[in-house]
Write a protein that binds this ligand. Structure first.
Ligand code: NI
Length: 262
């Protein structure tokens, strides 16, 4: 594993209390090595923070763009990158200009605090870039227009989720058996559009936990529990004799809702 991947994993593992628990449960079930299908990030579109910037640390390490996606309702663009023998990287950006002038002003003030000229690998594991604690009014203003933006304001550009590659599991025959196992172990799964998103014909079936909350301290000293990261599971299928490596927009659209608090 490259240093970047192990740093990203450490960052994600430390942020999401579900992950060590799910890993331990899978290991108790007999799994030795858990392979990741992809790692996903969120960002704001723009010259300092957009896809073109945050893809750079991955391209420098040999990943290449392999897919483009558009989520009309959530106002997102996304790309995915591939590198032989490594997890895919799924990067999405919020199309800020499609939101209200107030919303755009908030985002632009937050991005003004991102001072680095180039987006580096280190920045992908340092999370929130603003120095001050988050402001509750700002958070609520973003949340009223986009859950995605509110999440990004609190947690920054860091791994939003890792995804277990179900095909590589040895003791679970498919994603349905795995989902039942997770439900029995008490994990709350994202049921938007059903527990499993996608079909065999799509080439990809996905599920995810609902993000666990973490306590976040705001500048007024109030502490609120905010949904943080979730864990995703993906099973891939052959399409015309080739393993499908892309993403299915309708499915990913619902997976984004794994950090909803409502
Ligand atoms: Ni994903």
């Amino acid at each position: 594993m490259t240093k970047l991947l192990s740093d990203l994993w450490e960052c994600y593992y430390a942020m999401n209390a579900q992950v060590p628990k799910i890993h331990a449960a899978l290991q108790d079930h007999g799994e030795q090595e858990i392979i990741n299908d992809h790692i996903a990030f969120r960002t704001f579109a723009g010259p300092k923070s957009g896809l073109d910037k945050i893809k750079k640390p991955f391209e420098d390490l040999g990943w290449q763009i392999a897919g483009n996606y558009f989520f009309k309702q959530k106002k997102l663009r996304a790309i995915h990158l591939e590198r032989q023998g490594a997890p895919k990287i799924f990067l999405s950006e919020l199309i800020v200009e499609d939101f209200s002038p107030e919303f755009q002003a908030i985002v632009s003030a937050e991005l003004a605090q991102l001072t680095a000229k180039e987006f580096t690998a280190e920045m992908l594991v340092s999370g929130r870039w603003q120095k001050a604690d988050p402001d509750l009014e700002t958070y609520n203003a973003l949340l009223s227009e986009s859950e995605y933006a509110a999440w990004l304001y609190i947690f920054g550009i860091c791994p939003n989720h890792f995804t277990v590659y179900v095909n590589a599991l040895e003791t679970f025959s498919d994603i349905d058996v795995l989902n039942t196992f997770l439900l029995v172990h008490g994990y709350v799964m994202n049921t938007a559009g059903g527990i499993v998103k996608g079909t065999m014909e799509d080439g990809l079936r996905q599920s995810s936990t609902m993000a666990a909350t973490v306590p976040v301290k705001f500048s007024n000293l109030e502490v609120l529990d905010i949904p943080c990261c979730y864990y995703e599971f993906a099973q891939r299928y052959l399409i015309s004799d080739k393993m499908f490596q892309g993403f299915v927009t309708a499915s990913a659209d619902k997976i984004f809702q794994s950090t909803d608090s409502k």
